[in-house]
Design a protein around this ligand. Sequence first.
Ligand code: AMP
Length: 502
Amino acid sequence: MSFASLGLNAAILKAVEKQGYDTPSPIQAQAIPAVLAGQDVMAAAQTGTGKTAGFTLPILEILSKGNRAQRGQVRALVLTPTRELAAQVQESVATYGINLPLKSAVVFGGVSIIPQLAALRNGVDILVATPGRLLDLCQQKAISFSKLEILVLDEADRMLDMGFIRDIKKVLALLPPKRQNLMFSATFSDEIRELAKGLVNNPVEISVTPRNATANTVTQCVYPLDKTRKSTALIELIKTNDWKQVLVFSRTKHGANRLAKSLEAANIKAAAIHGNKSQTARTKALADFKAGTVQVMVATDIAARGIDIDQLPFVVNFDLPNVPEDYVHRIGRTGRAGSTGQAVSLVGLEEVKLLHDIERLIKRTIERKQLAGFEAPFTIPEAGSRSGGHKANSVKKPNPNRSKHAQQNTNNADKPERKYDSRQQARSNDGQSQGASKPKAPGNRQEAIANGNKPPQRNRPPRRSGAGNSSATSGTATSSNTGSAPASKASVNPYANAKIRS
Ligand code: AMP
């Protein structure tokens, strides 16, 4: 199949060709015709599948046919959970729309609202926004949605996870009822289906398997390690293998900072990105990492979400994620575009259960390796028994004294940078006030999350309370990248195009 056969105009095809894409990815092959036909779409697709072009290209096609946006108006609105993703989506819009007379803009918090007000004044055809800042702009009467034609909810699952449900509902209440709705989410959870009920009408449902769930281009391995030796082991791995461009995942913000410092102390240029870093610092770290002046970027899951770097060769799980799906998402950063990648996990004794959960999810046993000089005081059994053979209590401890020591070191006082941490976290990812009050997430909720269970509903993060809490201070509104890795590894779900009940 070619892009030309999908019904896109010559100006768009030229831009696509310039990106070097010759074949639509599975999500594009399914979403583009559906969107062009004016249908609502509900798509399960993660970053890396080519989903952005999947909605951007047909939107550009549709908008290029109608009347240009009038003063203060928006014709298509794309909502994203994070600033990074918003910036990347807008860059894609600009890239694919380069030959069209359409205007686009991106708005998110954490930067000055003034240029954003100016950008919206004369109207934009496509607006990419994070929910909090969008509501602030609406409150200032900077935008009119009376002529809105298309709404896109990108990474809807993350939006819910980050506590944006009320903001989303507030935005929906501002939109005209007659519009086309496109919803993208990594998974179709019950919560997502609930949200979809009030959003999409008789949608075409599309599902593509996360690319990396089937990708053989990523080599995965695990190093069992004493927790206290993880940093030095990582330094050893990076130096002896001469790894360049390593994305390291840390569960906590403090852990990310500490590790970046240790790497720097070992003469490895490193930067940490997480929710406590300013937008400017995050943008700079990412740019330096891409340029190769920063060799290692240490990131929390939230900060890394949506970052698209072409052909990232190494991903390291310094800590395993609490949620097994996050592992799949993390390692999806490497091995793109048919290039090979390596995903290395440093696993402490206390993380064995998490590793087994991941192996159950990906339905394979990850190769165990030993790093000379860093042999762990325990071994991790491989998969195999009827129950999956993944029981953490079957961990072998060759040296009881040393393993006791390892156990004692498992009390990590740092809280994980979880999407649920608090309203402050959600705000910081939306670029809202860093100084806003920080109500603590109730313990039982945190616990449920730490155990990988569904958190209790009544403990959802509290709602944001309007412009009074936002602090737009300085900076500019855009910064981003797009890459050129193809997403052709996705496999098409046989149930694609099935209708969902609404
Ligand atoms: P996305 O899932 O939208 O984040 O896209 C992931 C990456 O795939 C981005 O770097 C895109 O530039 C790239 N990409 C999107 N569509 C295609 C395609 N049809 N062929 C090759 N690369 C693509």
